[in-house]
Design a binder for this molecule. Structure first.
Ligand code: ZN
Length: 503
């Protein structure tokens, strides 16, 4: 049966939306990287105008009309085909938008813009009390939003669905609590080990121009295409795409600490390689868009940690590092450097956490935000609950809320349900990496020779090329033959950290 005209029209509508969204992304990238400070006000007007255009496109009644016509017609595309995915995902988008009253959407937009401003000031001044009214308001609105979106008894499910479509709180809870049970004793054993790698080799001076050169060289080697992308400097690193051949990554440099920029670039390059690997011919349609935030994060963490913090990788890159940074590195060995970039130390700040403790930071947030959304934890009790959980899980207690519940921007921006996608990313990454090793032979030998293309191609075939044709859990199960499990991540960590700490 020939493809109905209504389907072509639906695709045109989606592609038109993508054009305006990509213009918005360009304005946003430019604002963060290039904008002369005096033009901030006018840029806000430009972006507000474009946001209005996007809103008009998204609420165009034509979407529902075309989808109704296609769903009621005789044309039935094959399950998991591009066409089937287009219908399914666009219907999902339209339905989610329709379930939220306009007033609630506007109230949330306003509360989170104000929330972020109040949070930034409260964090700077270390005053949770100043943030409390704004956060209370946001939590109430998110509860209303969850109820409007609909759920089967657990409000958190409705919020999670925005970032990790079809995932359930219960399923994530099972896998993360298993992970926690394995991680806590491992971190304890590491803390008690007599063998501690020195971290002095990753403490500067690392001249910034050479850091940029080195990070660019490594990002190119693993497969980030600079003919279809760029690297620039921002306060908060990110990756954004604004066209089928235009993916921008950013980083920040720290002259006295190697890890910040280098691993940050590998992380963002991992996100960027996923975007660059999506099919350009499907740009603007769900089959040409990323599957979920958990899958996106699996791609960044895989290249940052499983590749970038591996011994084979450093056997290849250490000589270049030594010639670019003679002062801190000459006289040291590759083994010492490898141990230093993998050192484990329980700490208070999530974004600075090592691979072993990182997920405990996430689990704490996942537990707390569920309680906030269910209403079981009064917002004013958050600082105390935070301190207790850090004490119990990591053995460290923040002395100030700045180092505690005020450290992350997410809640002030209304991003409840976002945090668990970071841990899902780590678990998916380890599971995919383990399977790639099973299929591609000894990856460490390939990395030692500077060869990253087989792994890159494997990810292209198993993940990138499918876009949204499968939900995240199914995509990973198809690639690895197993449902999501915390075991590959734990095995990966133990294999790496066991020898370093002589466990
Ligand atoms: Zn990321």
């Amino acid at each position: 049966m020939t493809i109905p005209k209504a389907y072509q029209e639906l695709c045109e509508l989606a592609r038109e939306c993508a054009i305006v969204e990509s213009i918005d992304a360009l304005l946003g990238w430019d604002e963060q990287t290039m904008l002369p400070p005096m033009n901030g006000q006018y840029r806000a007007q430009q972006m507000k105008y474009v946001a209005g255009l996007i809103h008009n496109q998204r609420t165009n009644p034509k979407w529902t009309q075309l989808l109704d016509e296609l769903e009621n017609g005789d044309w039935r595309p094959n399950p998991n085909s591009d066409q089937h995915t287009t219908l399914k995902q666009l219907r999902r988008k339209v339905d989610r938008a329709a379930r939220q009253p306009k007033e609630l959407v506007q109230d949330l937009a306003e509360a989170t813009v104000i929330g972020q401003q109040v949070w930034a000031k409260a964090r700077k001044e270390n005053c949770f009390a100043d943030f409390l009214p704004a956060l209370r308001k946001i939590v109430e609105l998110k509860q209303q939003q969850a109820d409007a979106l609909g759920h089967k008894g657990n409000r958190y499910d409705a919020l999670l669905d925005e970032y990790e479509p079809l995932a359930t709180t219960e399923a994530i809870e099972i896998v993360l609590s298993e992970l926690k049970q394995k991680l806590v004793p491992l971190i304890q054993r590491i803390a008690e080990s007599q063998h501690r790698p020195s971290s002095s080799v990753v403490r500067g001076p690392f001249p910034i121009e050479n850091q940029r050169k080195f990070a660019t060289q490594a990002a190119t080697a693993i497969g980030f295409d600079f003919q279809r992308g760029r690297l620039d400097v921002t306060t908060h690193p990110f990756c954004t795409e604004m066209g089928p051949n235009d993916c921008r990554i950013t980083t920040r440099y720290d002259e006295v600490f190697f890890n910040t920029a280098f691993f940050g670039v590998l992380h963002e390059a991992g996100h960027g390689m996923y975007e660059q690997g999506l099919r350009s011919s499907m740009y603007g349609l769900p089959s040409g868009q990323y599957c979920s935030l958990g899958i996106h994060e699996s791609q960044s963490r895989l290249w940052e940690n499983m590749v970038g913090r591996s011994f084979g990788f450093w056997e290849h890159f250490y000589p270049s590092a030594q010639s670019l940074f003679p002062e801190p590195l000459n006289g040291g060995t590759c083994e010492e450097f490898y141990a230093a970039v993998n050192a484990v130390e329980p700490s208070l700040i999530r974004v600075e956490a090592d691979e072993a403790t990182y997920n405990l930071h996430i689990i704490i947030r996942f537990e707390l935000e569920q309680e906030l959304i269910s209403g079981n934890l009064p917002v004013e009790d958050l600082p105390q609950a935070w301190r207790q959980k850090y004490h119990d899980a990591l053995g460290v207690t923040p002395e100030t809320d700045r180092d505690g519940c005020l450290q992350d921007v997410h809640w002030s921006a209304g991003l409840f349900g976002y945090f668990p996608t970071y841990s899902l990313g780590n678990l998916y990454a380890a599971q995919l990496f383990q399977q790639a090793e099973n299929e591609l032979g000894d990856l460490q030998l390939q990395f030692r020779d500077g060869k990253f293309d087989l792994l890159h191609q494997w990810l292209n075939e198993k993940i990138y090329s499918h876009g949204q044709n499968y939900p995240a859990d199914k995509l990973v199960e198809n690639a690895t033959g197993h449902p999501l499990s915390s075991q590959p991540f734990y095995d990966y960590l133990f294999k790496k950290l066991g020898p370093i700490y002589q466990l």
